[in-house]
Design a protein around this ligand. Sequence first.
Ligand SMILES: Cc1cc2nc3c(=O)[nH]c(=O)nc-3n(C[C@H](O)[C@H](O)[C@H](O)COP(=O)(O)O)c2cc1C
Length: 240
Amino acid sequence: MVNAALSMASAPIGAIPAGMSDKAAIPPSPSEDDYVRQVSAAEPPPLLSAIDPGALFADWLAEAVVKEPNDANAMALATVDEGGMPDVRMVLLKDAGPEGFVFYTNLGSAKGRQLAAGPKAALLFHWKSLRRQVRVRGQVTPVTPEEADAYFATRARPAQIGAWASEQSQPLPDRLALEKRIAEIGLKFGLGKVERPPHWSGFRVRPETIEFWRDRPFRLHERLVFVRAEGGWTTQRLYP
Ligand SMILES: Cc1cc2nc3c(=O)[nH]c(=O)nc-3n(C[C@H](O)[C@H](O)[C@H](O)COP(=O)(O)O)c2cc1C
């Protein structure tokens, strides 16, 4: 990975680094026979027809928690930087309800600064074991300090200390520098309570649209989008 990054840095603009041009590692598309096996192995599920996206999301997340080997609550968070360049990274969903989807982070990180400058975001859940995705787009608001305190208090103590020690997204001279900061901050708090750092809190993405996508054979996938409307939601099916 480091080598790929180094070769990217030195490659002429527009050239594909050698390590990224090998197609052998990319799985081929399913054949017609693969699809026929898939269709005959399972009853087609009833079409998506929920009227409450919150309830449908809760059902899908509950299934994902059972099926996904790791981090069923992981979601990609897309933002844009000051130049309009999109940016995306994974974060963990920590609360979900009628008001939106909550995650926590360092407010001075790239995402924290991007959201302070432009409080809009998109989220993407992809549950590979279920072959499903959920897309969310909406306005972003900070969670209340009380909400952030309550969540921070549930984190393991080393993770609380880590939140103090990490200047997330800033250059790190070497790993030792981080470990030194962790040791210093650990000593400072001693056995006392670790307060939430002022630079660490959460954001809530209030969905304006939520799209549910479910894999169907022959790439004829099912898509159902909910759009926020006065007092509720409208729904629309989309071509795959
Ligand atoms: C599965 C997974 C979950 C993550 N969860 C979080 C999270 O909840 N909050 C967070 O700040 N970073 C999380 N990260 C790290 C981010 O993806 C990212 O590296 C970090 O937040 C810095 O992003 P930024 O420089 O765009 O702000 C997670 C990474 C992965 C792979």
